[in-house]
Design a protein around this ligand. Sequence first.
Ligand SMILES: [Mn+2]
Length: 302
Amino acid sequence: MSFKEIFLNRRPEAFGGIEWSRDKTKVSVIGIPFDSTVSYKPGTRFAPDHIRIASRNIELYSIRNQIDVEEHGIYDEGDIAVVHGDVYQTLDRVEKIVREFSSEDRFFIYVGGEHTITQGIIKGLMRKDLGVLVFDAHLDFRDEYLGLRYSHASVMRRVSELLGGGALFYIGVRAFSREELKEISKAGHEYITTVSLRRIGLREVIKRVLRWSDRYKHIYISLDIDVIDPSMAPGVGTPEPDGLTSWELFDLLNEVIDERVVSMDLVEVNPLNDPSEITSTLAAKIIVEATAKYLSLRKERS
Ligand SMILES: [Mn+2]
């Protein structure tokens, strides 16, 4: 038996509300409903199902890419069976399932859950020469947080230890400690705060990302929804004002996803703190737009 046969289970609601056949699709979503190390508002474990429900009520046509995602489909693999309260066991399952998928020529979008899951995904990808583009309000670069080395506040520190210096590029950060900032610079990672983003403009941001990503053969995107301003994405674990607008994010994503992007995650949506399901709906749209971009790149290739 493979790990995914045991620990990956279909959900009653599929993404998009349509059952596409796996063979005909090129993109998969996988839910990882884990929230155990959260320090403020819990609830991200409910995100995958809420995003699935929200996705039934939006159009799947991408204006930016002129691709109708409904025609191509997104296969919903279901959720990984996580172990609440046991971050080690959960990350181990995530890593093993990601590894089983890693040889497929298919774009995987992992939906959290708390940000900690990224660590398991990156381990499972087993890619050398991997750079991680992080959209986040926070650096998540503490060596430990509240006595935990494996937590949402330390996840990028652990990823940095796995991938080495310079492998992280952050967009949209605006909340961190002086210590984290020091460690980030020491490790040679780069970041653009929302304040400097607005000063230099999106075009310059994209230029800098591409200059950084040139060094890597593979790119992974980790997207914490709290990168968006809380006025547009209130349903998060740790809201932080002065964020990106949703359209800035869509424009950026559409420019930075290229053929080197192997998979991405979308984490920290908290449906328990999400009036009108705004944040889940935005998350569903991000999945659709990222899928459309990936499909348009595949179309160019063939
Ligand atoms: Mn964050």
